[in-house]
Design a protein around this ligand. Structure first.
Ligand code: 5CA
Ligand code: ZN
Length: 413
């Protein structure tokens, strides 16, 4: 799949400190210690509706990871998927009387536009589930060969399921107890009551063709991929086992990331699919999680149409910490717009107070588990001094603009 257009990133003097991130599996913040090329896989959209601010918050968070890594001197191999074949697509396409493929490609186009407008650095590999079906089939073949997966005893629909106990370490990623797993599995797309499963938590990896559903040939009969295995196969075949960061919203901690890790580990024999499992908090509106199924969405494209500066969207979302569940409000956006205007005012001065210390602090805060509230405060401090007291450093305004651009993705020019 074609990614979106590249975004220029200014180079700053010196180098940022090494990144530390919170790992859901180990429940602590620790140094990522990526190699020369840092590797990241972030779970992409299911393209049946437009990008809302919850999605934006998640992709902006991992954009910061990308930017902080680059500033610290790494190359970054970033991979993102698109779940472009799944039930929600068929349901929405049916409701709207359109072909599910057309719906998907329309929403993917809009997503690319939204990401480019938000100045999110594009992934090197942007891969659809449909284009990775061959990879999924190979992986499912390995599961079946090793006994990690089995075909249910059902002549009509011989679906293939991955055994929840296929790997010894299952459960380490989410740290959830069995009851929590059972509840979330049922709530988030699992099928605990499917007859013929060995364990209610076993996860679908190949769904046999049903009437009216698209299907592809496979050694297990015509069908389509399960959800978790799509992400395992796409990540494994591009950045390999033991990649640095597996990312997504906290709604993916279980079952999605637990199973995509278990799938990967079952074919490699490694103990850990990803070195860090990084999860963003949920963005809500009016007291509820923002989600397509609830319909309480604020769309990035709608804000853009209303003339909202994408830099203000970034600043509004960065005003809270990425791991915190938080709400989108009109005040949050208004505050961010005011902040952006002040920052632009200071960046356009002909001289200002020296900015080296401020930039060092911004780098420190971002490297410390992406502490954007503190990074924004540090810039605010310099902006206030610049606007209220002035300064004699003629290069400072441009330096701050470069730093805000490179590290936060906000264009002050
Ligand atoms: N295609 C799958 C991942 S493989 C999926 O979850 N798609 S999605 O369209 O539902 O979500 C895309 C990304 O946005 C996921 O990383 C998800 O965790 C994140 N996300 C969804 N809703 C929110 C929200 N309200 N706040 C923050 N992140 C969200
Ligand atoms: Zn995923």
């Amino acid at each position: 799949m074609q990614s979106w257009s590249d975004v220029a990133v200014p180079t700053l003097p010196g180098q940022g400190p090494p990144l530390r991130l919170h790992d859901t599996a180990d429940r602590q913040v620790r140094p990522v210690a990526a190699g020369e090329t840092a590797t990241m896989y972030v779970c992409g959209i299911t393209p049946y509706d437009a990008t809302h601010l919850g999605h934006a918050a998640t992709y902006l968070t991992f954009d910061l990871v990308n930017r902080v890594w680059r500033d610290a001197g790494h190359h970054v191999h970033y991979v993102q998927n698109i779940t472009d074949v799944d039930d929600p697509l068929f349901e929405r396409a049916e409701r709207d009387g359109v072909d599910w493929r057309d719906l998907g490609s329309r929403e993917i186009d809009l997503f690319r536009e939204d990401m480019a407008a938000l100045r999110v650095l594009p992934p090197r590999d942007y891969i659809g589930a449909v284009e990775s079906i061959g990879e999924v089939i190979e992986m499912v073949e390995k599961f079946v060969a090793s006994g990690a997966a089995y075909v249910v005893d059902d002549a009509e629909y011989p679906d293939v399921y991955f055994r929840v106990d296929a790997t010894e370490q299952f459960g380490y990623e989410s740290n959830y107890d069995h009851d929590t797993m059972a509840r979330l599995f049922a709530e988030r797309g699992g099928d605990p009551d499917r007859p013929g499963k060995h364990d209610p938590l076993d996860a679908l990896v190949w769904r046999a063709a049903r009437d009216g559903e698209p299907s592809w040939p496979s050694p297990f009969g015509p069908g389509r991929p399960g959800w978790h295995v799509e992400c395992s196969a796409i990540a494994l075949n591009r950045i390999g086992s033991g990649f640095d960061v597996q990312g997504g919203g906290s709604d993916l901690i279980f079952p999605h990331h637990e199973f995509s890790a278990a799938h990967g580990e079952s074919v490699t024999g490694d103990r850990r699919f990803a070195r860090f499992y990084v999860h963003t908090g949920m963005i809500g509106l009016d007291g509820e999680k923002m989600s397509k199924s609830r319909g309480n969405l604020v769309l990035v494209s709608a804000l853009r149409r209303d003339g909202v500066d994408p830099g203000a969207i970034r600043l509004a979302l960065f005003a809270g910490h990425y791991r915190q569940d938080r709400f989108w409000t009109a005040d949050l956006l208004a505050d961010a717009q005011a902040r952006l205007a002040r920052w632009r005012g200071a960046a356009s001065l002909s001289s200002a107070p020296a900015a080296e210390d401020t930039i060092a602090r911004v780098r420190q805060h971002l490297a410390d588990d992406l502490d954007t509230p503190k990074a924004l405060d540090a810039i605010d401090g310099w902006v206030t001094r610049a606007l209220e007291h002035g300064g004699s450093d003629a290069s400072a305004p441009a330096l701050v603009a470069d730093a805000v651009d490179a590290l936060l993705g906000v264009d002050l020019r």
